[in-house]
Design a protein around this ligand. Structure first.
Ligand SMILES: NC(=O)c1ccc[n+]([C@@H]2O[C@H](COP(=O)([O-])OP(=O)(O)OC[C@H]3O[C@@H](n4cnc5c(N)ncnc54)[C@H](O)[C@@H]3O)[C@@H](O)[C@H]2O)c1
Length: 249
């Protein structure tokens, strides 16, 4: 199926590694110019930009912490001047700082909420102005099944991801009349830097509870995100779509 993304321009936060990097590559393969925004612009980030360019598109790496409100405005401005347009925002940057609530520090609570949830606010707010003026745009938030079901040891992470889900629905209502689609994807366990340090039994538990009996690869998420960014999904908004191999049915 032709996605019709040729010639569009996208921002992907947290695009240096894992799911974000796969999304950046996939959007470039579909014909988008892509700016990745990450707190780290290192060799790995430049490699993603090189992969975008190898697909024949313009790539850009912007070093910024998604918690920084002013930097979000600057990042959106930089992408606009580099590409001359902006059609797509993917809010993907995220972290976890796990622990049961009775042992969780205030710092770990605040950091996860700030990066995962406020980071989405900062970027959605910045592009909302652009998309309202253009009367078109697409936003995809990368949430988690744990934002839907809650996970033991992840009150901070689950709350942030549940917040992203509510943000998606409210924003879909606010921007719908401007022909802006806002959706979220909710991955289950995905093989990335975020999960590589997890104990073997946690990974095995995720495989066990998955109907398909496997852990996702970042590309499994990127395929869904690319579809949601495309005009093929033009009548879908305010939706939360799981990509979890049936981990949470
Ligand atoms: N891996 C999983 O099992 C899984 C499951 C469900 C949801 N998710 C979500 O998917 C998203 C991507 O996660 P991943 O697994 O690819 O992790 P990852 O650690 O591989 O990638 C996260 C990226 O975000 C960047 N980042 C972190 N904090 C940042 C900040 N403050 N400002 C800017 N960039 C920042 C990191 O540098 C990194 O490049 C996250 O939102 C995560 O919560 C992951």
């Amino acid at each position: 199926m032709e996605l019709g993304l040729e010639g569009k321009a996208a921002i992907v936060t947290g695009g240096r590694s894992g799911i974000g990097a796969a999304i950046a590559r996939r959007l470039a393969e579909e014909g988008c110019d892509v700016a990745i925004v990450d707190r780290l612009v290192d060799r790995q980030a430049h490699e993603v930009v090189a992969q975008v360019e190898a697909a024949g598109r313009a790539g850009l790496a912007i070093e910024a912490d998604v918690r920084d409100f002013a930097a979000a405005g600057d990042a959106v401005g930089s992408a606009l001047s580099a590409f001359g347009r902006l059609d797509i925002l993917v809010c993907n940057a995220g972290i976890n700082r796990d622990g049961v609530i009775w042992k969780m520090s205030e710092e770990n609570w605040d950091e996860v909420i700030d990066v995962n949830l406020k980071g989405c606010f900062n970027y959605c707010r910045s592009v909302a102005r652009v998309f309202r003026e253009r009367k078109r745009g697409t936003i995809v938030l990368v949430s988690s099944v744990n934002g839907l079901r809650g996970k033991f040891g992840q009150t901070n992470y689950s709350a942030s991801k549940g917040g992203e889900i509510a943000l998606t629905k409210a924003l879909a209502r606010e921007l719908g009349r401007y022909d802006v689609n806002v959706n979220a994807v909710a991955p289950g366990m995905v093989r990335t830097e975020m999960t590589e340090g997890l104990p073997r039994e946690v990974m095995e538990g995720a495989i066990e509870e998955s109907a398909l009996g496997r852990i996702a690869e970042p590309d499994d998420c990127a395929d869904l995100v690319a579809f949601l960014c495309s005009d093929r999904a033009r009548h879908i908004t305010g939706e939360i779509i799981k990509v979890d191999g049936g981990q949470y049915i």
